[in-house]
Write a protein that binds this ligand. Structure first.
Ligand code: GLA
Ligand code: ZN
Length: 676
């Protein structure tokens, strides 16, 4: 479903979470004035309104919501209406204490914060879905209703529950997945430590155990929790789909958020929306860029919406510095540059009371249009109205990174060769190298169609599930370039070893065999000597891990410099079919990773869209009519000089024309379209 066709918004989405139940209704009028002044065209409402909409199990109050919806419609502002199930009212906990989640020690969580529900609780689902049906029936034809926002940030706080309802559901889930206990016992390897099951009722949740719980059980429990939360989402989704078949339905995701298999969730979302809170003093927001790309990848490149970011400061870090002037604008354009068709905030008006009263907002505690923050909000809102040409355009990428939640879960289970091998850290290193070369990157699943890419990176692909070996082999066979790294190709989808020499399913394509691996201690380093890579030749340090690699057709590009395996290969390259496969058997310092990636990109003739100094981020969006828009974002504290390709260019934001070169101010942004 193309979002702009179904949501009749004149421009890119612009707005935020709006919680007017925290304010007297006189304030609402001023909210409308300030929203229009800032170019707000959509607000998310009702996210935490369950208690206000339903004071008791048989008592509802929709009158205030009616007035709010009418007011929005009168002012030409659309509603992203939430189902209000993110924070159950106190009466639900009072009448159904079993709806509260339970931790691994068997302790129940208390009411009085938010997200205090077990996703498998029958009472939670029953009352929640009843409310959803009433909301949908009541507002289905309302002119303000643009789309549905189910719940809020699933698993933000509660991603695991160990209650009795979950235990029963886990057994059902396993029965459906494996059919027989024999199959389950084989998948989990229960002949180990006397864990064999003879009755389904013997199976519990991997809560508090004396030492490591069965890895297959732990992995399936993570899958089960992701599925349980998805099932709670789907319970609401089906009601909304039935009553309003034309309206987009989604929930707001959290980027690289471990508990949810978001590729699976994305199948049941009409548009991806997510919430981004980069470290305000963390330098260039490379990780935010990576998560934008990951979120865009969930639906095969379809534009996403940034549902939440903060205007200036949050309230939940140890210290919460301000975003400096211009940073909010710059990062908002980073969103658009990576495929965002909207930029929204948490929240509209800064709260007077409650746990988030020090969290930033579009209208701050000054309450008017005279704050620095509001002025920046207004400037951005008005600027975004000039970017209609970008709506539904696609980010260009010929490079993909393989990403898989099941791999993430399995890789980071306990009892591993090293606890320091963390999936995101490994992916980030390679993303950063690509980011610094300013080439576009998509994120795809291991079994995705890779034929549209020249280069595919699969860092730390520990789990190689059925079909993945063949997919990677045929990609390389057909002319693709693949790069993977240490501790890849180790287990199957149940965390059982692939035997026959590591990385068994990838040995053929990589032309190597890893006989042993040697995880390094914290602070320990080795070195690699690089030869035959042109500019990258030289010595680099490496840490974390060393693979003892035997060549089986591949050639060595770098070898370790010390320890008993000094001289043995650390990085390899293998010609396979019409393509090439690289393997990096250690964690090299960033300079090497950047050089290696640079060399591979050069071989494949993959280039940045223009020439820019370090700290300037570049992306390209291409519209359906073939027009290309080049984004340049200057993350430096000083102006930067860009060299443009041939031709004259117009900047969509300022309307200025450029030829040959241009100077981009600190925190500056241009969106260039070639003239003629
Ligand atoms: C999350 C939630 C919001 C709010 C913000 C604060 O993203 O979805 O309700 O709590 O965090 O940063
Ligand atoms: Zn539960």
């Amino acid at each position: 479903m193309a979002i702009s066709k179904n949501v009749k918004l004149p421009h890119l989405f612009y707005g935020g979470d709006y919680n007017p139940e925290q304010w007297p209704e006189e304030v609402w009028k001023d909210d409308m004035r300030l929203m229009k002044k800032a170019g707000v065209n959509i607000v998310s409402i009702g996210i935490f309104s369950w208690a206000a909409l339903q004071p008791g199990p048989d008592k509802y109050d929709f009158a205030w919501m009616d007035r709010l919806m009418d007011l929005l419609a009168e002012n030409g502002i659309m509603a992203d209406l939430a189902t209000a199930t993110a924070s159950p009212p106190a009466w639900l906990a009072r009448l159904h204490p079993e709806s509260l989640p339970v931790d691994e020690n068997g302790a129940r969580y208390a009411q009085g914060s938010r997200q205090h529900y077990c996703p498998n609780s029958k009472a939670f689902r029953l009352y929640g879905q009843r409310l959803v049906r009433m909301l949908a029936e009541r507002y289905k034809d309302h002119p303000a209703l643009a789309m549905w926002h189910i719940n809020n940030e699933y698993a933000c706080h509660i991603s695991r529950c160990f209650c009795d309802e979950c235990t029963l559901e886990f057994r059902n889930w396993l029965q459906k997945r494996y059919g027989t206990l024999d199959e389950l016992n084989a998948r989990w390897g229960t002949n180990f430590w006397s864990q064999k099951y003879y009755e389904w009722e013997e199976i519990g949740l991997p809560g508090k155990t004396p030492t490591y719980a069965n890895p297959g059980q732990q992995l399936d429990y993570m899958r089960f929790m992701s599925d349980s939360l998805l099932d709670a989402y789907l319970g609401e989704y089906r009601i909304l789909r039935e009553i309003t078949p034309e309206l987009p339905i989604m929930t707001n995701l959290m980027g690289a958020h471990k508990p949810l298999d978001q590729f699976e969730w994305a199948k049941h979302m009409d548009v991806i929306t997510w919430d981004s809170y980069p470290e305000p003093t963390g330098g260039i927001p490379v990780f935010a860029a990576m998560q934008h790309d990951l979120m865009r990848g969930l639906k095969g490149g379809q534009p996403f919406i940034l549902m939440e970011q903060v205007t200036s400061q949050v309230n939940w870090r140890q210290q919460n510095p301000l975003k400096r002037p211009g940073v909010m604008r710059l990062w908002s354009y980073q969103t658009v540059a990576h495929g965002g068709d909207g930029v929204m905030f948490f929240q509209w008006r800064q709260s007077k009371a409650g746990a988030e009263k020090f969290h930033g907002a579009m209208v701050t505690h000054t309450g008017d249009e005279n704050s620095r923050v509001y002025r920046e909000v207004e400037q951005l809102g008005l600027e975004l109205q000039r970017l209609d040409a970008l709506i539904e355009s696609r980010v260009e990428a010929q490079v993909a990174i393989v990403f898989d939640w099941h791999n993430w879960w399995a890789l980071e289970l306990d009892s591993k060769p090293s606890r320091d091998v963390l999936y995101l850290e490994q992916v980030k290193q390679y993303y950063k190298a690509l980011f610094e070369h300013n080439v576009g990157v998509d994120f795809v699943q291991p079994d995705a169609d890779l034929s549209g890419y020249k280069l595919v990176l699969a860092p730390a692909l520990y789990m190689v599930a059925p079909g993945v070996q063949a997919n990677l082999e045929s990609f390389v066979q057909g002319g693709g370039t693949l790069l993977t790294t240490f501790f890849s190709g180790i287990v199957d989808e149940n965390d059982r070893l692939h035997l026959g020499g590591y990385p068994a399913p990838l040995r053929k394509v990589l032309g190597i065999c890893v006989e042993e691996f040697d995880p390094m201690l914290p602070g320990q380093t080795n070195g690699i000597a690089v030869e035959g890579l042109g500019e990258a030749d030289g010595q680099y340090s490496c840490s974390l891990w060393a693979d003892l690699i035997k060549l089986e057709g591949a050639r060595s590009l770098a070898s370790f410099t010390s320890d008993f395996f000094a001289g043995s290969p650390a990085v390899t390259e293998h010609a396979f079919g019409k393509g090439r496969a690289y393997y990096v058997g250690t964690q090299a310092e960033a300079a090497f990773t950047k050089s290696l990636i640079g060399r591979i990109l050069a071989d494949l003739e993959l280039q940045a869209p223009l020439q820019a100094p370090e700290g300037v981020e570049l992306t390209v969006r291409r519209a359906a009519d073939g027009e290309r828009y080049v984004f340049a974002l200057n993350h430096n504290a000083a102006a930067a000089q860009l060299t443009l390709p041939e031709g004259a260019y117009t900047d969509l934001l300022s309307g200025s024309s450029f030829n040959g070169s241009l100077e981009l101010a600190a925190n500056g942004v241009v969106i260039l379209q070639r003239q003629g």
